[in-house]
Design a protein around this ligand. Sequence first.
Ligand SMILES: NC(=O)c1ccc[n+]([C@@H]2O[C@H](COP(=O)([O-])OP(=O)(O)OC[C@H]3O[C@@H](n4cnc5c(N)ncnc54)[C@H](O)[C@@H]3O)[C@@H](O)[C@H]2O)c1
Ligand SMILES: CC(C)C1=CC=C(C(=O)O)[C@@H](O)[C@H]1O
Length: 241
Amino acid sequence: MTDTILITGSSRGIGQAVALRLARDGFDIVLHCRSQQAAAEHVAEQIRALGRSARVLCFDVADRAAASAALEADVEAHGAYYGVVCNAGVTADGAFPALSDDDWDRVIHTNLDGFYNVLKPVMMPMIRRRKAGRIVVMSSVSGVMGNRGQVNYSASKAGLIGAVKALAVELAKRKITVNCVAPGLIETEMLDEQIISEAMKAIPMQRTGTVEEVAAAVSFLCSVEAGYITRQVLSVNGGMC
Ligand SMILES: NC(=O)c1ccc[n+]([C@@H]2O[C@H](COP(=O)([O-])OP(=O)(O)OC[C@H]3O[C@@H](n4cnc5c(N)ncnc54)[C@H](O)[C@@H]3O)[C@@H](O)[C@H]2O)c1
Ligand SMILES: CC(C)C1=CC=C(C(=O)O)[C@@H](O)[C@H]1O
């Protein structure tokens, strides 16, 4: 049976590129979206055209009950996952004094609680497979070095790095690796022209990254060859730090 990988937030952007790349690598794919089901189904069709199986789950990663209901039902019906890519995330940028309570809560609940809400229901089934497994979590250069205007986002992405390092230790004996990918400035719908032109000064390679370049890093960490790499943060940032 082909190994299956769940990718959260995979109807567009980095998550979509990761899903297509992992399908090309030979994995069956569980796509996930919050509400963009038509877009996710379109990605699923592209994956099926590659000869791999794909199905779509829809839930808000910040909603613990919805996440566990959807994931437990999927694992019950189709079996435990080989891998999970925790990719869904949001920004709500602003100078710290201008951040609203909602800006703080939404970013932490989505980015950091989302890690717990998604991984908790699927963890024991992954362990019970008694086979190698892979968890890759999308952090950010913002979580590695902190970024002006992103106190909430940097906190969430740095928190993910801590969570990944701790979970990696817990799962090491189970042959389940746990790593972060930390992209720099990647051209997606998250970014606008002003962010790009301001950030360019800090990017030694003087360009934004592509979603395919991030997907290549995830692909490597999900591969059999990466079986001795765990508890790491792999930066894809053009040399920003
Ligand atoms: N684009 C960048 O420059 C960049 C840099 C570093 C890290 N990242 C991270 O990469 C990941 C993907 O970002 P992207 O650039 O593709 O952005 P994007 O906005 O295109 O994609 C984010 C995805 O997450 C989903 N999502 C957001 N909140 C959700 C929720 N509550 N429940 C379910 N799904 C939800 C969205 O629907 C979307 O599919 C994010 O975690 C982001 O923080 C992006
Ligand atoms: C450093 C800055 C250009 C930046 C880093 C990371 C981002 C991300 O989405 O992870 C961007 O929002 C951007 O502000």
